[in-house]
Design a protein around this ligand. Structure first.
Ligand code: ADP
Ligand code: MG
Length: 242
């Protein structure tokens, strides 16, 4: 579904992604771990086509993100939830969730609203459709952000530290929604600092270190490696996170 091949990205003299390879298959949940500054967000932005690559290629269902004519098709297949709350403040919850389905997918408004209400219901926000973002808690806003992404019927979700600005209680609310999506077979690429959660929901863990993908392992193997038999860099990272 998603193929990242030998991707290189630099900002001026600084190499941020250094030959990254990653394949995501339908139904997989893959978590990206790594220290701050290791290149996680840049990788997500490259997959979105928000950054131009300096080398390598990224394809989504064989559509090349680097080719302007194919980028739109690639983009249609994913939806991203970011760390910061990027809801439109002047629109209601319902307005935020229906905007892109109506404007981009050209869905009839009534149909988009019915889908939005069902999604909001599924994340426990069925009664907040008419609220404005400022009237919601951070956790509620991120749940709306997830609904907005799902309303585009993406083939997979990209999630970049969606809980890092939330307190523990709100984090739990949002992680519960993501666990449910994972259990339903939603394909997800998930950047997170929530190690225990990554362990629970991921099929695979990849670890980025200074722009290099150090490991790409089935989840159980990744945490078994922590025992010290393999990568000291990862053991150090995990011990700091706990
Ligand atoms: P992470 O998400 O893992 O914390 P980022 O991908 O945000 O890491 O950043 C990786 C490195 O790239 C950092 O050193 C950061 O300063 C640098 N970087 C990211 N975006 C830009 C940019 N637009 N211009 C220059 N440097 C950038
Ligand atoms: Mg980041």
């Amino acid at each position: 579904m998603l193929k990242v091949e030998n991707v290189k990205k630099a900002f001026g003299p600084t190499t941020v992604l250094d030959g990254v390879n990653l394949t995501i298959n339908p139904g997989e949940v893959v978590s990206i771990l790594g220290s701050s500054g290791s290149g996680k967000s840049t990788l997500i932005r490259c997959i979105n086509g928000l950054e131009k690559l300096n080398g390598g290629s990224i394809t989504v269902d064989d559509f090349d993100v680097g080719k302007p004519k194919e980028l739109a098709e690639a983009r249609k297949r994913s939806a991203t939830v970011f760390q910061l709350f990027n809801l439109y403040p002047h629109m209601t919850v319902l307005g935020n969730v229906t905007l892109a389905p109506v404007e981009v997918l050209k869905k009839p408004r009534a149909e988009a609203e019915a889908t939005a209400r069902a999604l909001l219901q599924s994340v426990g926000l069925g009664d907040r459709a008419d609220a404005y973002p400022a009237q919601l808690s951070g956790g509620q806003r991120q749940r709306v952000g997830i609904c907005r992404a799902l309303a585009m019927h993406p083939r997979y979700l990209l999630l970049d530290e969606v809980t890092s600005a939330l307190d523990p209680e709100m984090t739990a609310e949002v992680l519960a929604i993501l666990a449910k999506l994972a259990a339903e077979g939603t394909t997800m690429l998930f950047v997170t600092h929530e190690i225990e959660f990554a362990r629970q929901i991921s099929n695979r863990i990849v670890f980025l270190d200074k722009g290099k993908l150090l490991v790409d392992l089935p989840t159980a193997d990744f945490f078994a490696a922590e025992g010290g038999m393999t990568n000291p860099r990862i053991a150090q990272f995990l011990s700091k996170m706990r």
